[in-house]
Design a protein around this ligand. Structure first.
Ligand code: GAP
Length: 501
Protein backbone atom coordinates (compact mmCIF):
# COMPACT_ATOMS: atom_id res chain seq x y z
CA UNK A 1 0.00 0.00 0.00
CA UNK A 2 1.24 3.48 -0.88
CA UNK A 3 1.17 5.67 2.20
CA UNK A 4 2.25 9.29 2.35
CA UNK A 5 5.30 10.57 4.22
CA UNK A 6 2.96 12.34 6.62
CA UNK A 7 1.20 9.06 7.43
CA UNK A 8 4.52 7.29 7.86
CA UNK A 9 5.74 9.87 10.37
CA UNK A 10 2.41 9.88 12.20
CA UNK A 11 2.47 6.08 12.38
CA UNK A 12 5.95 6.07 13.91
CA UNK A 13 5.05 8.93 16.23
CA UNK A 14 1.95 7.23 17.57
CA UNK A 15 3.48 3.73 17.76
CA UNK A 16 6.76 4.71 19.39
CA UNK A 17 5.52 7.39 21.80
CA UNK A 18 6.20 10.77 20.21
CA UNK A 19 2.56 11.86 20.15
CA UNK A 20 -0.93 10.49 19.62
CA UNK A 21 -4.47 11.87 19.54
CA UNK A 22 -5.79 12.78 22.97
CA UNK A 23 -8.66 10.57 24.18
CA UNK A 24 -8.32 8.32 21.15
CA UNK A 25 -10.15 5.52 22.95
CA UNK A 26 -13.20 7.80 22.72
CA UNK A 27 -12.58 8.72 19.06
CA UNK A 28 -10.64 11.89 19.91
CA UNK A 29 -11.61 15.44 18.89
CA UNK A 30 -9.32 16.71 16.15
CA UNK A 31 -6.73 19.30 17.08
CA UNK A 32 -5.83 17.78 20.47
CA UNK A 33 -2.72 15.64 20.85
CA UNK A 34 -0.81 14.11 23.74
CA UNK A 35 2.96 13.96 23.80
CA UNK A 36 4.16 10.47 24.69
CA UNK A 37 7.42 9.73 26.50
CA UNK A 38 9.67 10.40 23.47
CA UNK A 39 7.77 13.47 22.29
CA UNK A 40 7.90 14.98 25.77
CA UNK A 41 11.68 14.50 25.91
CA UNK A 42 12.13 16.05 22.47
CA UNK A 43 9.76 18.95 23.17
CA UNK A 44 11.58 19.72 26.41
CA UNK A 45 14.88 19.75 24.51
CA UNK A 46 13.47 22.13 21.93
CA UNK A 47 12.12 24.43 24.63
CA UNK A 48 15.42 24.40 26.52
CA UNK A 49 17.39 25.17 23.36
CA UNK A 50 15.00 28.05 22.71
CA UNK A 51 15.38 29.32 26.30
CA UNK A 52 19.16 28.99 26.23
CA UNK A 53 19.43 30.78 22.94
CA UNK A 54 16.90 33.61 23.07
CA UNK A 55 17.03 34.49 26.77
CA UNK A 56 20.80 34.83 26.50
CA UNK A 57 20.59 37.45 23.75
CA UNK A 58 20.30 40.11 26.45
CA UNK A 59 21.03 40.06 30.20
CA UNK A 60 17.70 41.77 30.74
CA UNK A 61 15.55 39.00 29.22
CA UNK A 62 13.58 36.82 31.64
CA UNK A 63 10.98 34.09 31.60
CA UNK A 64 7.64 34.36 33.39
CA UNK A 65 4.80 31.93 33.85
CA UNK A 66 1.24 33.26 33.79
CA UNK A 67 -2.36 32.11 33.78
CA UNK A 68 -3.90 30.58 30.68
CA UNK A 69 -7.39 31.73 31.62
CA UNK A 70 -7.80 35.48 31.34
CA UNK A 71 -10.81 37.75 31.86
CA UNK A 72 -12.92 39.01 28.98
CA UNK A 73 -11.73 42.59 29.47
CA UNK A 74 -8.20 41.57 28.47
CA UNK A 75 -9.36 40.36 25.08
CA UNK A 76 -11.73 43.24 24.53
CA UNK A 77 -8.74 45.55 25.00
CA UNK A 78 -6.28 43.43 23.01
CA UNK A 79 -8.64 43.29 20.03
CA UNK A 80 -9.04 39.51 20.05
CA UNK A 81 -12.77 39.65 20.78
CA UNK A 82 -13.38 41.79 17.72
CA UNK A 83 -10.68 40.68 15.29
CA UNK A 84 -9.52 37.17 16.09
CA UNK A 85 -11.87 35.59 13.60
CA UNK A 86 -11.82 33.02 10.82
CA UNK A 87 -14.28 32.93 7.90
CA UNK A 88 -16.79 30.15 8.55
CA UNK A 89 -18.96 28.64 5.82
CA UNK A 90 -21.59 25.94 6.18
CA UNK A 91 -22.80 23.55 3.52
CA UNK A 92 -26.59 23.84 3.27
CA UNK A 93 -26.97 20.18 2.34
CA UNK A 94 -24.83 18.24 4.85
CA UNK A 95 -24.19 21.09 7.32
CA UNK A 96 -20.44 20.53 7.26
CA UNK A 97 -18.66 23.67 8.52
CA UNK A 98 -15.31 24.70 7.13
CA UNK A 99 -13.03 27.67 6.50
CA UNK A 100 -13.92 29.33 3.23
CA UNK A 101 -10.42 30.71 2.69
CA UNK A 102 -8.87 27.27 3.20
CA UNK A 103 -11.11 25.58 0.66
CA UNK A 104 -10.25 28.30 -1.86
CA UNK A 105 -6.54 27.99 -1.10
CA UNK A 106 -6.63 24.20 -1.44
CA UNK A 107 -8.62 24.20 -4.66
CA UNK A 108 -7.22 27.24 -6.46
CA UNK A 109 -3.74 27.41 -4.97
CA UNK A 110 -3.98 31.11 -4.07
CA UNK A 111 -3.45 32.86 -0.76
CA UNK A 112 -6.95 33.87 0.38
CA UNK A 113 -6.18 34.34 4.06
CA UNK A 114 -7.14 37.99 4.28
CA UNK A 115 -9.94 38.17 1.70
CA UNK A 116 -13.13 39.91 2.93
CA UNK A 117 -16.13 37.65 3.52
CA UNK A 118 -18.03 38.86 0.42
CA UNK A 119 -15.05 38.14 -1.80
CA UNK A 120 -14.79 34.60 -0.42
CA UNK A 121 -18.49 34.00 -1.17
CA UNK A 122 -18.05 35.33 -4.70
CA UNK A 123 -15.10 33.04 -5.39
CA UNK A 124 -16.88 29.99 -3.96
CA UNK A 125 -19.73 30.64 -6.37
CA UNK A 126 -17.76 31.73 -9.42
CA UNK A 127 -15.31 28.85 -9.25
CA UNK A 128 -18.10 26.37 -8.45
CA UNK A 129 -16.26 24.97 -5.47
CA UNK A 130 -17.80 21.96 -3.75
CA UNK A 131 -18.31 20.96 -0.14
CA UNK A 132 -15.36 18.75 0.91
CA UNK A 133 -17.81 16.29 2.51
CA UNK A 134 -20.82 15.94 0.16
CA UNK A 135 -19.79 17.85 -3.01
CA UNK A 136 -22.81 20.16 -2.88
CA UNK A 137 -22.18 23.71 -4.13
CA UNK A 138 -24.84 25.31 -1.98
CA UNK A 139 -23.34 27.21 0.96
CA UNK A 140 -24.58 29.54 3.67
CA UNK A 141 -23.15 33.07 3.58
CA UNK A 142 -19.64 33.09 5.04
CA UNK A 143 -19.48 34.69 8.48
CA UNK A 144 -16.85 35.59 11.05
CA UNK A 145 -16.19 32.98 13.69
CA UNK A 146 -14.30 34.02 16.83
CA UNK A 147 -11.59 31.48 17.57
CA UNK A 148 -11.38 31.87 21.34
CA UNK A 149 -12.73 29.26 23.77
CA UNK A 150 -14.90 30.94 26.38
CA UNK A 151 -15.42 29.77 29.96
CA UNK A 152 -17.55 30.72 32.90
CA UNK A 153 -15.39 31.10 35.98
CA UNK A 154 -16.83 30.60 39.48
CA UNK A 155 -20.11 29.20 40.75
CA UNK A 156 -22.29 32.04 39.51
CA UNK A 157 -20.88 31.82 36.01
CA UNK A 158 -20.90 35.58 35.65
CA UNK A 159 -17.14 36.01 35.19
CA UNK A 160 -16.79 35.34 31.46
CA UNK A 161 -13.21 34.45 30.66
CA UNK A 162 -11.27 32.94 27.78
CA UNK A 163 -8.50 30.45 27.29
CA UNK A 164 -5.69 32.61 25.99
CA UNK A 165 -5.15 32.28 22.22
CA UNK A 166 -1.54 33.52 22.51
CA UNK A 167 0.96 33.48 25.38
CA UNK A 168 1.82 37.11 24.61
CA UNK A 169 -0.92 38.65 26.73
CA UNK A 170 0.72 37.56 30.02
CA UNK A 171 3.87 39.63 29.45
CA UNK A 172 1.75 42.68 28.55
CA UNK A 173 -0.34 42.25 31.70
CA UNK A 174 2.84 41.75 33.77
CA UNK A 175 4.70 44.62 32.13
CA UNK A 176 4.28 47.19 34.89
CA UNK A 177 5.30 44.88 37.75
CA UNK A 178 8.32 43.54 35.93
CA UNK A 179 9.47 46.89 34.53
CA UNK A 180 9.74 48.34 38.04
CA UNK A 181 11.13 45.13 39.55
CA UNK A 182 13.81 45.17 36.86
CA UNK A 183 14.97 48.72 37.75
CA UNK A 184 13.12 50.49 34.95
CA UNK A 185 15.65 49.56 32.29
CA UNK A 186 14.94 49.18 28.60
CA UNK A 187 15.17 47.11 26.56
CA UNK A 188 13.88 44.27 28.63
CA UNK A 189 12.27 41.04 27.59
CA UNK A 190 9.60 38.78 29.04
CA UNK A 191 9.23 35.29 27.64
CA UNK A 192 6.55 32.75 28.22
CA UNK A 193 6.53 29.15 27.10
CA UNK A 194 3.02 27.88 27.55
CA UNK A 195 -0.24 26.74 26.11
CA UNK A 196 -2.36 28.67 23.64
CA UNK A 197 -5.90 27.69 22.66
CA UNK A 198 -7.72 28.34 19.40
CA UNK A 199 -11.04 26.93 18.35
CA UNK A 200 -9.84 26.19 14.81
CA UNK A 201 -12.86 25.57 12.56
CA UNK A 202 -11.85 22.29 10.95
CA UNK A 203 -8.24 21.53 11.83
CA UNK A 204 -6.71 19.24 9.27
CA UNK A 205 -2.97 18.88 8.74
CA UNK A 206 -2.72 16.41 11.66
CA UNK A 207 -0.21 17.59 14.19
CA UNK A 208 0.36 20.98 12.52
CA UNK A 209 -2.86 22.90 13.12
CA UNK A 210 -3.98 22.32 16.70
CA UNK A 211 -6.67 23.63 19.00
CA UNK A 212 -4.41 23.40 22.06
CA UNK A 213 -0.73 24.01 21.38
CA UNK A 214 2.45 25.37 22.93
CA UNK A 215 3.95 28.72 22.07
CA UNK A 216 7.36 30.03 23.03
CA UNK A 217 7.13 33.79 22.84
CA UNK A 218 9.47 36.60 23.82
CA UNK A 219 8.16 40.17 24.09
CA UNK A 220 11.00 42.69 23.87
CA UNK A 221 10.02 46.10 25.27
CA UNK A 222 12.16 49.01 24.05
CA UNK A 223 12.33 52.76 23.64
CA UNK A 224 10.83 53.52 20.19
CA UNK A 225 13.44 56.24 19.60
CA UNK A 226 15.97 53.40 19.53
CA UNK A 227 14.23 51.23 16.95
CA UNK A 228 17.04 51.82 14.50
CA UNK A 229 19.78 50.89 16.99
CA UNK A 230 21.07 47.44 17.84
CA UNK A 231 23.87 46.95 20.33
CA UNK A 232 25.53 44.14 18.41
CA UNK A 233 24.81 45.53 14.95
CA UNK A 234 28.41 45.19 13.82
CA UNK A 235 28.31 41.46 14.46
CA UNK A 236 25.36 40.90 12.12
CA UNK A 237 25.42 43.76 9.65
CA UNK A 238 27.10 41.64 6.95
CA UNK A 239 25.09 38.54 7.78
CA UNK A 240 22.88 37.49 4.87
CA UNK A 241 19.20 36.99 5.50
CA UNK A 242 17.16 34.62 3.32
CA UNK A 243 14.36 37.07 2.63
CA UNK A 244 11.24 36.33 0.66
CA UNK A 245 9.74 39.75 0.07
CA UNK A 246 6.07 40.26 -0.69
CA UNK A 247 6.92 42.22 -3.84
CA UNK A 248 9.23 39.80 -5.66
CA UNK A 249 8.17 36.25 -4.77
CA UNK A 250 11.61 34.69 -4.57
CA UNK A 251 14.24 34.23 -1.90
CA UNK A 252 16.98 36.84 -2.04
CA UNK A 253 20.09 36.80 0.09
CA UNK A 254 20.25 40.26 1.60
CA UNK A 255 22.74 41.51 4.17
CA UNK A 256 21.28 43.12 7.27
CA UNK A 257 23.01 46.33 6.23
CA UNK A 258 21.26 46.33 2.84
CA UNK A 259 17.93 45.38 4.37
CA UNK A 260 18.33 48.39 6.66
CA UNK A 261 19.35 50.84 3.95
CA UNK A 262 17.35 49.64 0.96
CA UNK A 263 14.29 48.00 2.51
CA UNK A 264 13.98 50.44 5.38
CA UNK A 265 13.80 47.69 7.96
CA UNK A 266 14.96 48.97 11.37
CA UNK A 267 18.19 47.67 12.89
CA UNK A 268 16.65 46.31 16.08
CA UNK A 269 14.10 44.30 14.10
CA UNK A 270 16.80 43.03 11.72
CA UNK A 271 18.96 41.96 14.64
CA UNK A 272 16.23 39.59 15.85
CA UNK A 273 15.51 38.42 12.32
CA UNK A 274 19.20 37.50 11.94
CA UNK A 275 19.35 35.80 15.35
CA UNK A 276 16.24 33.80 14.53
CA UNK A 277 17.67 32.68 11.19
CA UNK A 278 20.88 31.64 12.98
CA UNK A 279 18.83 29.67 15.51
CA UNK A 280 17.23 27.68 12.69
CA UNK A 281 20.32 27.17 10.56
CA UNK A 282 23.02 26.74 13.23
CA UNK A 283 21.24 25.38 16.30
CA UNK A 284 18.43 23.35 14.74
CA UNK A 285 20.56 22.53 11.64
CA UNK A 286 17.74 23.19 9.20
CA UNK A 287 19.16 22.98 5.64
CA UNK A 288 19.41 26.47 4.11
CA UNK A 289 17.31 25.47 1.11
CA UNK A 290 14.38 24.71 3.40
CA UNK A 291 14.36 28.03 5.26
CA UNK A 292 13.03 31.46 4.41
CA UNK A 293 11.87 34.65 6.11
CA UNK A 294 8.62 35.59 4.41
CA UNK A 295 7.42 39.17 4.56
CA UNK A 296 3.68 39.54 5.11
CA UNK A 297 1.93 42.26 3.18
CA UNK A 298 -0.15 44.82 5.00
CA UNK A 299 -3.31 42.85 4.21
CA UNK A 300 -1.91 39.58 5.52
CA UNK A 301 -0.44 40.91 8.78
CA UNK A 302 -2.16 40.33 12.12
CA UNK A 303 -4.14 43.39 13.26
CA UNK A 304 -1.48 44.38 15.82
CA UNK A 305 1.62 44.20 13.61
CA UNK A 306 3.46 46.92 11.71
CA UNK A 307 6.29 44.74 10.41
CA UNK A 308 5.82 41.01 10.14
CA UNK A 309 8.06 38.29 8.75
CA UNK A 310 7.15 34.64 9.19
CA UNK A 311 9.71 31.90 9.51
CA UNK A 312 8.72 29.35 6.90
CA UNK A 313 10.11 25.89 6.34
CA UNK A 314 9.70 23.83 3.21
CA UNK A 315 7.89 20.71 4.37
CA UNK A 316 7.36 17.73 2.14
CA UNK A 317 4.55 16.43 4.35
CA UNK A 318 2.55 19.64 3.91
CA UNK A 319 3.47 20.19 0.27
CA UNK A 320 5.50 23.34 0.57
CA UNK A 321 6.40 26.35 2.69
CA UNK A 322 4.70 26.51 6.09
CA UNK A 323 4.82 29.05 8.91
CA UNK A 324 6.45 27.86 12.14
CA UNK A 325 7.24 31.19 13.82
CA UNK A 326 6.95 34.93 13.32
CA UNK A 327 8.86 38.07 14.19
CA UNK A 328 6.36 40.83 14.85
CA UNK A 329 6.82 44.54 15.41
CA UNK A 330 3.72 45.14 17.57
CA UNK A 331 4.58 48.81 18.26
CA UNK A 332 2.83 50.15 21.41
CA UNK A 333 -0.42 48.54 20.28
CA UNK A 334 -0.93 46.33 23.34
CA UNK A 335 0.31 48.58 26.14
CA UNK A 336 -1.63 51.52 24.79
CA UNK A 337 -4.84 49.49 24.51
CA UNK A 338 -4.42 47.96 27.98
CA UNK A 339 -3.77 51.35 29.56
CA UNK A 340 -6.87 52.76 27.96
CA UNK A 341 -9.09 49.84 28.98
CA UNK A 342 -7.75 49.27 32.51
CA UNK A 343 -6.98 52.85 33.52
CA UNK A 344 -3.64 51.59 34.81
CA UNK A 345 -0.62 53.72 33.75
CA UNK A 346 1.57 51.70 31.44
CA UNK A 347 3.50 54.59 29.95
CA UNK A 348 6.94 54.96 31.46
CA UNK A 349 9.28 57.81 32.24
CA UNK A 350 12.62 56.69 30.88
CA UNK A 351 15.74 58.77 30.13
CA UNK A 352 13.70 61.92 30.82
CA UNK A 353 10.92 61.12 28.35
CA UNK A 354 7.41 59.75 28.83
CA UNK A 355 6.31 57.10 26.32
CA UNK A 356 4.79 53.69 25.77
CA UNK A 357 7.56 51.16 25.20
CA UNK A 358 7.26 49.46 21.83
CA UNK A 359 7.44 45.70 21.42
CA UNK A 360 9.16 43.29 19.07
CA UNK A 361 7.70 39.86 19.55
CA UNK A 362 9.45 36.59 18.70
CA UNK A 363 6.66 34.05 18.45
CA UNK A 364 7.25 30.33 17.93
CA UNK A 365 4.82 27.44 17.71
CA UNK A 366 6.63 24.66 19.54
CA UNK A 367 4.54 21.78 18.18
CA UNK A 368 4.86 23.00 14.58
CA UNK A 369 8.61 23.07 15.01
CA UNK A 370 8.58 19.53 16.38
CA UNK A 371 6.57 18.31 13.38
CA UNK A 372 8.86 20.20 10.98
CA UNK A 373 11.96 18.65 12.51
CA UNK A 374 10.47 15.18 12.12
CA UNK A 375 9.57 15.99 8.50
CA UNK A 376 12.97 17.41 7.59
CA UNK A 377 15.09 14.75 9.28
CA UNK A 378 13.01 11.71 8.29
CA UNK A 379 14.84 9.27 6.01
CA UNK A 380 13.81 6.06 4.34
CA UNK A 381 16.29 3.42 3.32
CA UNK A 382 15.79 -0.03 1.88
CA UNK A 383 15.70 -1.79 5.21
CA UNK A 384 14.84 0.89 7.69
CA UNK A 385 13.38 4.31 8.42
CA UNK A 386 15.22 6.77 10.63
CA UNK A 387 15.36 10.30 11.92
CA UNK A 388 18.76 11.95 11.48
CA UNK A 389 17.90 14.63 14.03
CA UNK A 390 20.63 16.92 15.36
CA UNK A 391 21.96 15.34 18.57
CA UNK A 392 20.79 18.32 20.67
CA UNK A 393 17.19 17.35 19.87
CA UNK A 394 17.13 13.57 20.02
CA UNK A 395 14.81 12.14 22.68
CA UNK A 396 17.07 9.17 23.43
CA UNK A 397 20.82 9.69 23.21
CA UNK A 398 22.19 6.22 23.93
CA UNK A 399 20.70 2.72 23.66
CA UNK A 400 22.25 -0.30 25.34
CA UNK A 401 21.53 -3.93 24.40
CA UNK A 402 22.86 -7.37 25.25
CA UNK A 403 23.65 -9.29 22.04
CA UNK A 404 21.67 -12.25 23.41
CA UNK A 405 19.59 -12.73 26.52
CA UNK A 406 21.91 -15.26 28.15
CA UNK A 407 25.51 -15.96 29.19
CA UNK A 408 25.56 -13.10 31.69
CA UNK A 409 25.31 -10.51 28.88
CA UNK A 410 22.10 -8.84 30.21
CA UNK A 411 23.76 -8.39 33.62
CA UNK A 412 26.81 -6.70 32.07
CA UNK A 413 24.59 -4.62 29.75
CA UNK A 414 22.55 -3.37 32.70
CA UNK A 415 25.79 -2.37 34.46
CA UNK A 416 26.79 -0.33 31.40
CA UNK A 417 23.30 1.16 31.21
CA UNK A 418 23.42 2.11 34.90
CA UNK A 419 26.80 3.79 34.45
CA UNK A 420 25.41 6.06 31.71
CA UNK A 421 21.79 6.71 32.55
CA UNK A 422 22.35 9.62 34.95
CA UNK A 423 24.34 11.55 32.40
CA UNK A 424 22.59 10.72 29.13
CA UNK A 425 19.05 9.94 28.12
CA UNK A 426 19.66 6.19 27.93
CA UNK A 427 17.38 3.31 26.99
CA UNK A 428 17.95 -0.35 27.79
CA UNK A 429 16.39 -2.83 25.40
CA UNK A 430 16.52 -6.61 25.31
CA UNK A 431 13.37 -7.54 23.41
CA UNK A 432 14.05 -9.28 20.12
CA UNK A 433 17.07 -9.96 17.93
CA UNK A 434 19.83 -7.37 17.74
CA UNK A 435 18.80 -6.31 14.21
CA UNK A 436 15.29 -5.56 15.43
CA UNK A 437 16.58 -3.54 18.36
CA UNK A 438 18.77 -1.49 16.00
CA UNK A 439 15.79 -0.81 13.70
CA UNK A 440 13.61 0.36 16.58
CA UNK A 441 16.29 2.78 17.75
CA UNK A 442 16.88 4.00 14.17
CA UNK A 443 13.18 4.67 13.94
CA UNK A 444 13.26 7.07 16.91
CA UNK A 445 16.53 8.74 15.88
CA UNK A 446 18.79 7.43 18.68
CA UNK A 447 22.32 8.35 17.52
CA UNK A 448 24.41 5.95 19.63
CA UNK A 449 23.79 2.24 20.17
CA UNK A 450 25.97 0.03 22.33
CA UNK A 451 25.97 -3.76 22.14
CA UNK A 452 27.36 -5.90 24.92
CA UNK A 453 28.59 -9.27 23.59
CA UNK A 454 30.80 -12.17 24.62
CA UNK A 455 33.95 -10.19 23.86
CA UNK A 456 32.80 -7.56 26.39
CA UNK A 457 33.13 -10.17 29.14
CA UNK A 458 36.68 -10.96 28.01
CA UNK A 459 38.23 -7.56 27.29
CA UNK A 460 35.76 -4.90 28.52
CA UNK A 461 34.98 -3.54 25.05
CA UNK A 462 31.59 -2.91 23.44
CA UNK A 463 30.36 -2.32 19.93
CA UNK A 464 29.32 1.26 19.29
CA UNK A 465 27.06 1.76 16.26
CA UNK A 466 26.11 5.10 14.81
CA UNK A 467 22.74 5.76 13.28
CA UNK A 468 23.56 7.56 10.03
CA UNK A 469 26.06 5.14 8.45
CA UNK A 470 25.24 2.06 10.58
CA UNK A 471 29.01 1.70 10.97
CA UNK A 472 30.39 0.14 14.12
CA UNK A 473 33.59 0.48 16.12
CA UNK A 474 34.92 -1.50 19.05
CA UNK A 475 35.57 0.67 22.05
CA UNK A 476 36.76 0.16 25.63
CA UNK A 477 34.10 0.80 28.27
CA UNK A 478 36.50 3.17 30.04
CA UNK A 479 36.38 5.47 27.01
CA UNK A 480 32.62 5.33 26.60
CA UNK A 481 31.67 8.53 28.36
CA UNK A 482 34.19 10.75 26.64
CA UNK A 483 33.34 9.22 23.26
CA UNK A 484 29.58 9.62 23.72
CA UNK A 485 30.14 13.20 24.82
CA UNK A 486 32.09 14.01 21.69
CA UNK A 487 29.67 12.28 19.34
CA UNK A 488 26.82 14.23 20.90
CA UNK A 489 28.89 17.38 20.30
CA UNK A 490 29.02 16.49 16.61
CA UNK A 491 32.32 14.56 16.18
CA UNK A 492 32.38 11.84 13.52
CA UNK A 493 32.61 8.21 14.64
CA UNK A 494 35.80 7.40 12.72
CA UNK A 495 37.68 9.76 15.02
CA UNK A 496 37.38 7.21 17.81
CA UNK A 497 38.56 3.98 16.27
CA UNK A 498 38.60 1.62 13.33
CA UNK A 499 35.33 0.55 11.82
CA UNK A 500 34.56 -3.09 12.35
CA UNK A 501 31.81 -3.27 9.77
N1 GAP B 1 1.54 36.20 19.72
C1 GAP B 1 1.52 36.20 18.31
C2 GAP B 1 0.87 35.04 17.73
O1 GAP B 1 0.24 34.26 18.43
P1 GAP B 1 0.50 33.75 15.50
O2 GAP B 1 1.11 33.92 14.15
O3 GAP B 1 -0.98 33.72 15.59
O4 GAP B 1 1.09 34.90 16.40
C3 GAP B 1 2.44 32.30 16.41
O5 GAP B 1 1.07 32.43 16.18
C4 GAP B 1 2.89 30.89 16.12
O6 GAP B 1 2.07 29.95 16.82
C5 GAP B 1 2.72 30.49 14.65
O7 GAP B 1 3.85 30.88 13.89
C6 GAP B 1 2.62 28.98 14.74
O8 GAP B 1 3.90 28.40 14.81
C7 GAP B 1 1.92 28.77 16.06
N2 GAP B 1 0.48 28.49 15.83
C8 GAP B 1 -0.49 29.36 15.55
N3 GAP B 1 -1.67 28.73 15.41
C9 GAP B 1 -1.44 27.42 15.60
C10 GAP B 1 -2.25 26.25 15.60
N4 GAP B 1 -3.55 26.30 15.39
N5 GAP B 1 -1.66 25.06 15.84
C11 GAP B 1 -0.33 24.98 16.10
N6 GAP B 1 0.47 26.05 16.12
C12 GAP B 1 -0.05 27.25 15.88
Amino acid sequence: MNISKSEKITNIATKRGFFFPTAEIYNAISGFWTYGHLGTLMKRKFENLWRDYFLKLNDNFYEIEGSNILPQKVFKASGHLDHFNDPLTECRKCHFRFRADQLIEDELNINAEEYPLEKLDKILKKEKLSCPKCSSQDFQKTKSFNMMFDLKVGSTGTEISYLSPETAQNPFLSFKREYYALRETLPFGLAKIGKAFRNEISPRQGFFRLREFTQAELQIFFNPDKLDEAESWNKIKNYKLQLYLSKNNKITLTSCENANKKLNLPKLYLYYLAKTQQFYLDTLKIPKAKFRLRELSEKERAFYNKIHFDIELDLETLKGWKEVAGIHYRTDYDLEKHQKASGEKLEVLNEGKRFFPHVIELSFGVDRNIWSLLDIFFKEEKERTLFTLPTNLVPVEVAVFPLVNKDNLPKRAIEVYNSLKDKYQTFYDFKGAIGKMYRRMDEIGCPIMLTIDHQTLKNNTVTLREIKTMKQIRINIKKLESTIEQILQGQKLNKFGKYIS
